[in-house]
Design a protein around this ligand. Structure first.
Ligand code: UP5
Ligand code: MG
Length: 203
């Protein structure tokens, strides 16, 4: 995609940091298209006839990263579909705006997406403690039905995040693209900060 025509913002942070919650709120205010890599993978996992169903299920339960080809393709397809659907309305200023949630979470994905799909202009990085994230995920686990919202999977997700995703954040930090937001506070308070960061960037 042409970086002149689409604006991509990556939204990163540990499991349960509040990426999805904040993206949903930002969508309303700025007419973004919100794409969650995790949601796209869960959808693909449940799609009848998918050749990746089992692979995705295992990776998600074990908290490991699905091979990047699968995720990059799903994101690319979703972006194309959205651009097609919105042509002529919606993005009235002519630029497509995407919030890409929970991706890239490993260096190989980051480099591939930057090179072959689109360069991200900004990274919003939500941080809080593992204690807070664990508590949130266990609460959500009571009703979410997510196969990875259990203590065992959560511990593995934390490890993958430290080992694979933190290098991605450091990489974009060194390019001056990262805005770090403490997501320990209430949803509303975190949103105020996130929204201020986005406004400043889009201005
Ligand atoms: N909550 C949120 N904000 C709160 C606040 N400020 N105060 C109090 N409560 C708050 O929030 C989690 C819970 O906390 C919710 O109940 C919410 O109400 C509450 P949410 O906004 O859902 O947090 P989020 O950061 O989105 O957490 P999520 O669990 O989605 O994060 P993950 O990054 O772990 O999950 P994701 O779906 O992105 O990925 C799942 C798996 O898919 C990965 O582990 C991996 O196996 C696979 N994957 C890949 O392989 N490749 C990819 O590129 C992406 C994913
Ligand atoms: Mg999420």
């Amino acid at each position: 995609f042409d970086s002149e025509k689409v604006t991509v913002i990556y939204v990163l942070g540990g499991p349960g940091a509040g990426k999805g919650t904040q993206c949903s709120k930002l969508v309303g205010a700025y007419s973004f298209c919100h794409l969650s890599a995790g949601d796209l993978l869960r959808e693909e996992q449940n799609r009848e006839g998918s050749q990746y169903g089992e692979l995705i299920r295992t990776c998600i339960r074990e908290g490991t990263i699905v091979p990047m080809e699968v995720t990059v393709k799903l994101l690319e397809n979703a972006m194309s579909a959205e651009i097609e659907a919105r042509t002529g309305d919606g993005w009235s200023n002519g630029r497509g705006r995407f919030l890409i949630d929970g991706f890239p979470r490993k260096m190989d994905q980051a480099l591939k997406f930057d090179e072959e799909v689109c360069l991200a202009s900004m990274v919003i990085f939500f941080t809080t403690t593992e204690e807070v994230m664990l508590h949130r995920l266990l609460e959500r686990g009571k009703t979410s039905g997510r196969e990875d919202d259990n203590v065992e999977s959560i511990r593995k997700r934390f490890r993958t995040y430290e080992e694979q995703t933190m290098p991605v954040i450091r990489h974009y930090s060194s390019h001056g693209k990262v805005v770090e937001i403490d997501s320990t506070a209430s949803v509303e308070q975190v949103y105020r900060e996130a929204s201020a960061a986005v406004s400043k960037f889009l201005r």
